[in-house]
Write a new protein. Structure first.
Ligand code: NAI
Length: 321
């Protein structure tokens, strides 16, 4: 096995692992451990170059630092990527990765991510105890956090979920859990799901016409184009990177659109993984705990008259100072 370490400003550790027999070609990046051990999933993806893979790992590990800080966790940001193209012996590759994680002595706790299966994580566990949330379906806590966010947003205006109609975009893993939790009327659009119980299926063109829009599919849905025609007063769903650009955050603020930032709404997965590592249940954190954090963010946005997204980022960054 060859393991090399790089030094890059702003990152605590960057480790490159290559293992000839298994074909493992992985980067482990520990971005920040100021709040506690770093935590983050193992992404297995087909990367066209080592540079692209390293860039992705660095970006994702930094995102985890902000996400953990925003979620109120005592953990920092880390991430692993494996180049799927190079793998020759998958079981062995994940075991070798586990050995390296073990050598980091708990400064990085790994978990599942896109491309890594439960079986893969059990191979990692053969070599290290620093792996969390192995059998966890993160879409359930993600839906729970989204549900809490929707309720908190409406409660600020003295409204209840049972009296609302929600327009859900995307009925995948999270969307399906969420529509069961919401007690209002549900209308939804998903090009691949047309017959879900309790849901009125609508056309794509109607997604932004309802009062409460719940994006649970793609990112970038609030952009220059959609903001020019949106009728929704509230936006809150699990989709990552809801705003297309930083400018769209200002436009939404000027328009008075009410929302909870995506990295707060969809923090259920990381909270559940972190609490799983501590053998604790995540329900209280994703109900009362999350509601308190959301109210703090919305209070700050109101008192400073700044976009809610900026308020959430400032509060998370304050924890990292
Ligand atoms: P998924 O892949 O299970 O479901 C996505 C659904 O969106 C699919 O049913 C798909 O047919 C539908 N879809 C695709 N294009 C669409 C369009 N143009 N309009 C309407 N529907 C469309 O994904 P999942 O896990 O439910 O995640 C949903 C969102 O939440 C994603 O943005 C994801 O990044 C985010 N998220 C998910 C987490 C999780 O644990 N699953 C954690 C944090 C964020």
């Amino acid at each position: 096995m060859i393991s090399k370490e790089f030094i890059v400003d702003g990152y605590e550790r960057i480790i490159h692992i290559e293992h000839e027999v298994s074909g493992l070609d992985a980067f482990i990046v520990i971005h920040n451990t100021k709040l506690g051990p770093s935590i983050g999933g193992i992404r297995c993806h087909k990367y066209s170059s080592s540079e692209a893979q390293l860039d992705d790992t660095m970006r994702l590990s930094e995102g985890m630092t902000l996400k953990c800080a925003a979620a109120g966790l005592k953990y920092g940001g880390g991430k692993t990527t494996i180049n799927a193209i190079k793998i020759k012996d998958r079981s062995l590759a994940y075991q070798i990765l586990g050995k390296t994680v073990e050598e980091l002595k708990g400064s990085y706790i790994c978990a599942g991510d896109v491309g890594t299966t439960v079986e893969d994580l059990f191979k990692v566990k053969d070599a290290t105890e620093y792996v969390a949330g192995i059998s966890l379906d993160s879409s359930l806590p993600t839906a729970m956090g989204t549900h809490t966010s929707i309720k908190a947003l409406l409660k600020r205006d003295g409204l209840k979920t049972k009296d609302q109609t929600f327009t859900v975009q995307g009925l995948g893993k999270v969307g399906k859990h969420l529509v069961k939790m919401l007690d209002g009327k549900i209308e939804a659009y998903d090009p691949f799901v047309a017959d879900l119980d309790g849901v009125t299926h609508i056309e794509e063109s109607k997604i932004l016409q309802g009062k409460f829009y719940v994006p649970c599919a793609l990112g970038g849905v609030l952009n220059g184009f959609s903001l020019a025609s949106i009728k929704s007063e509230y936006v809150c769903g699990s989709a990552n990177n809801v705003f297309g650009t930083r400018k769209d955050i200002l436009t939404a603020h000027d328009m008075g659109i009410k929302y909870v930032p995506d990295f707060i709404t969809n923090c259920g997965g990381v909270i559940a993984v972190a609490l799983d590592f501590e053998n604790k249940d995540y329900k209280t954190a994703l109900t009362t705990g999350l509601t308190k954090r959301i109210n703090k963010i919305l209070d700050k946005a109101e008192s400073d008259n700044i976009p809610v997204q900026h308020a959430a980022e400032e509060l998370a960054n304050d924890r990292l100072k």
